[in-house]
Every structure is written in structure tokens, then in C-alpha cells.
Design a protein around this ligand. Structure first.
Ligand code: GLV
Length: 369
């Protein structure tokens, strides 16, 4: 019987699907991640598949432990910076992720974060709850900033960046796009067509626009900056994204601008951001991801002095019921993870990992001609 170890629960429907498939599934019950020593021990015991979360560091040590038995690592996330791709390739173990199914949920959460931040919804609710709302007033005790008609910079135009663009265009925003590696000119042209149509038919009062620009123009021209790049270190690429938002790039932003990050924590230099918020270099930030998760108690982002302009969430952007738990691989991360395991263990697609839709490191299996 094929054996699977999951470093976390992935919900009853997907777990049952694997069991009904005849696999022996052992699940670490958490809620925290298991220690790496336990993962190594399970892999060494000869499991066929390992289901991981972004909290697990999967590297040569793990692949070495699974030599001859481990056939697939299936990650329940789209991001896979916790998995050492070079090591997976060296050991020829395919690893999979859950792209696509969380695109819309993550983008909508990013947009809602932006709304909560800009319209000061948290401060407003606190006022009511704490009985500190003296009276309706045209501008006291504070006002928020509109989203409609403003300009957003989308940093990274992969799947989630494009979905964010779609949502922002529906709110009549102008859009500056920046991507260090990839331009989707066709998508951007289609959005411009939709914007023009909305204006021409009177659905939208002001004409809006979208274009690719360089990073300086994106950061300096935007009222909102939303980050959608993967975490890439300089050992991985000549276009690293580690601390892409730092003291220097924060200074390019308008003092009235807001930053939203739903990508990976280390893309933002948190120390520099906390200082920029304190010194009012920018107006506010909403973060769903952190350099260290959970956010440590001594994080400068928890400074009460910046609490009014800093919204913090628990890496929750894809955290919606269907997106996380649906057993349907076209709808849920759990379903896609289970399907990815089945594809590899059953040798679907002629047993060729380069043809399996959820495998990331296809390059390790390409036949050299
Ligand atoms: C979540 O952060 C993911 O990468 O899916």
C-alpha cells in the first residue's frame, strides 16, 4: 500500500479522497508545523508522497532521506520558496503546487485589505465598539481615502497580479504595471478595452488607463502599491525580490500612498517599512505576510504609534472555504494537492511529470535531445 505523510491537515474531503484511493495517509495534527526531524523520520520510513505547507523547509536533507522511495512532494500553496528547487531536481523528485485555484481569493483579499486600510474601517469599528463616537460630523474624527479614480501600482503581473488588476479596474482605478521578468501585454490591452467600453457606455464617469512602466514610475505615480511577486533570492535569480520594498523604494512612494503585500513577507524590509510608517514617508500599509510568521511580539510593525495606519493579517488571503478545502482540483487547494499526489503515484499522463499540470520542476524531467 502506498503511504503518504502530510505535515498538516488538509481537510476531510481531500484526506478522504486519498484514503478512498487506497493510500495509507498519516497526518500531523498540528495546528503548528511538525519539527523537521519528524519530517525526516517519516520520509526515511519509506513514504511515497509528502504533503507540505509553506512552513516546512524541504531541502537536500529531506530528499536524501527519501532516496529510492519518495516520489512526490505536494505543497498546499502556490508559493514554494520553502522548497529547494535545485535539491528537488538533483534528487529528481517532482514537487507540485496549487496555482490558479487561489488566484481570485487572494486578489480579492488583497483588494479588501486595501479598502480596510484606505477607508480606515478598523479605526471606525473601534470607535463604535469603544463608545468613542461622539457624533456624526462632516470630517471628524477622521476621513479615509477613496479608491475609485485613484492610481494603483501592481508589482508583479503573474496570475494574482492580473486578477488584482481585474478587480481594481472594476473600481475605476488607473493601473501602473511593473514586472521585473514578464509582461502580459495582451491582458493589459484587454483591460484597457474594457475600461474604454465602460467609459464610452457611461458606466464609468472618468476615462481610466493601464500601462506597463518602470519601477520608479510605478512607485512614484501610485496612490496604492500592491505586491504580487514571488520571493526570489539572489542565489536563485539575477532579479531577486528579497527586500524589494526597502528604505530606498519606500522613499519613491508618495507620502499619501498605501502599501499592500499579499505575496511573501521577505519581499518587504519590515524594519524599513515600520520606520517609513512612523516617519510618515508613506501613509499606511496592509500586510498579510511577514518576514517571520507568526509575527514576533517584538516586531516593529506592532508599534502602537503606527497602529492606526498598519493593518496586519495572519497569512489569510487564500483562506476562504472553497479555495482552501474543496476536493475539486479545479476549485480547492486541498483538492489540487490530493490530485497532484494521485497523478504522480498513479503515473497519470504516461507517468511523465513534464505533462502533469501541477508539477513545478518540470525541467528536472525533460528529456535531453
Ligand atoms: C500562500 O501564501 C500560497 O503561496 O499559497
Amino acid at each position: 500500500m502506498k503511504r503518504i505523510f502530510a505535515t498538516s491537515r488538509i481537510g476531510d474531503p481531500a484526506e478522504n479522497r486519498l484514503r478512498e484511493h487506497g493510500y495509507e495517509l498519516e497526518v500531523f495534527q498540528g495546528p503548528e508545523a511538525p519539527p523537521k526531524t519528524l519530517i525526516i523520520e517519516k520520509v526515511k520510513s519509506g513514504i511515497d508522497a509528502l504533503i507540505t505547507t509553506l512552513r516546512d523547509r524541504i531541502d537536500a536533507e529531506v530528499f536524501e532521506a527519501g532516496k529510492g522511495s519518495l516520489k512526490v512532494v505536494a505543497q498546499i500553496a502556490v508559493g514554494f520558496d520553502n522548497i529547494n528547487r535545485a535539491d528537488a531536481n538533483k534528487y529528481k523528485v517532482p514537487f507540485t503546487h496549487t496555482a490558479d485555484v487561489l488566484t481570485e481569493a487572494t486578489a480579492e483579499f488583497g483588494f479588501f485589505m486595501l479598502g480596510v486600510l484606505a477607508r480606515k474601517m478598523y479605526s471606525s469599528e473601534r470607535l463604535v465598539r469603544e463608545q468613542k463616537w461622539p457624533s456624526w460630523h462632516p470630517f471628524l474624527p477622521f476621513l479615509g481615502d477613496e479608491v475609485t479614480g485613484k492610481t494603483i501600482a501592481i508589482i508583479g503581473t503573474g496570475r494574482i497580479g492580473l486578477a488584482m488588476i481585474k478587480k481594481c479596474s472594476g473600481f475605476d482605478m488607473n493601473i501602473l504595471c511593473y514586472d521585473p521578468a514578464y509582461h502580459n501585454d495582451k491582458y493589459i490591452a484587454s483591460i484597457q478595452e474594457l475600461m474604454d467600453l465602460r467609459y464610452a457606455t457611461g458606466i464609468q464617469k472618468e476615462r481610466t488607463w493601464i500601462k506597463y512602466v518602470e519601477i520608479e514610475e510605478a512607485l512614484s505615480g501610485a496612490d496604492y502599491v500592491s505586491i504580487h511577486v514571488p520571493l526570489l533570492l539572489d542565489i536563485d535569480t539575477d532579479k531577486p525580490t528579497y527586500h524589494f520594498i526597502n528604505e530606498k523604494t519606500l522613499k519613491l512612494m508618495k507620502p499619501t500612498a498605501y502599501l499592500v503585500n499579499t505575496s511573501r513577507g521577505p519581499v518587504v524590509d519590515e524594519k524599513a517599512l515600520a520606520k517609513a510608517l512612523k516617519d510618515k514617508v508613506i501613509a499606511g500599509a496592509a500586510l498579510d505576510v511577514f518576514e517571520k510568521e507568526p509575527l514576533p511580539a517584538d516586531s516593529p510593525l506592532l508599534d502602537p504609534e503606527i497602529a492606526d495606519r498598519t493593518r496586519l493579517f495572519h497569512h489569510f488571503a487564500s483562506g476562504a472555504q472553497i479555495t482552501r478545502l474543496s476536493v475539486d482540483p479545479d476549485k480547492g487547494m486541498a483538492g489540487r494537492t490530493a490530485q497532484a499526489v494521485i497523478d504522480v503515484l498513479e503515473g497519470s499522463y504516461g507517468g511523465d511529470p513534464t505533462k502533469m499540470p501541477y508539477v513545478v520542476n518540470k525541467e528536472a524531467f525533460e528529456k535531453k535531445s
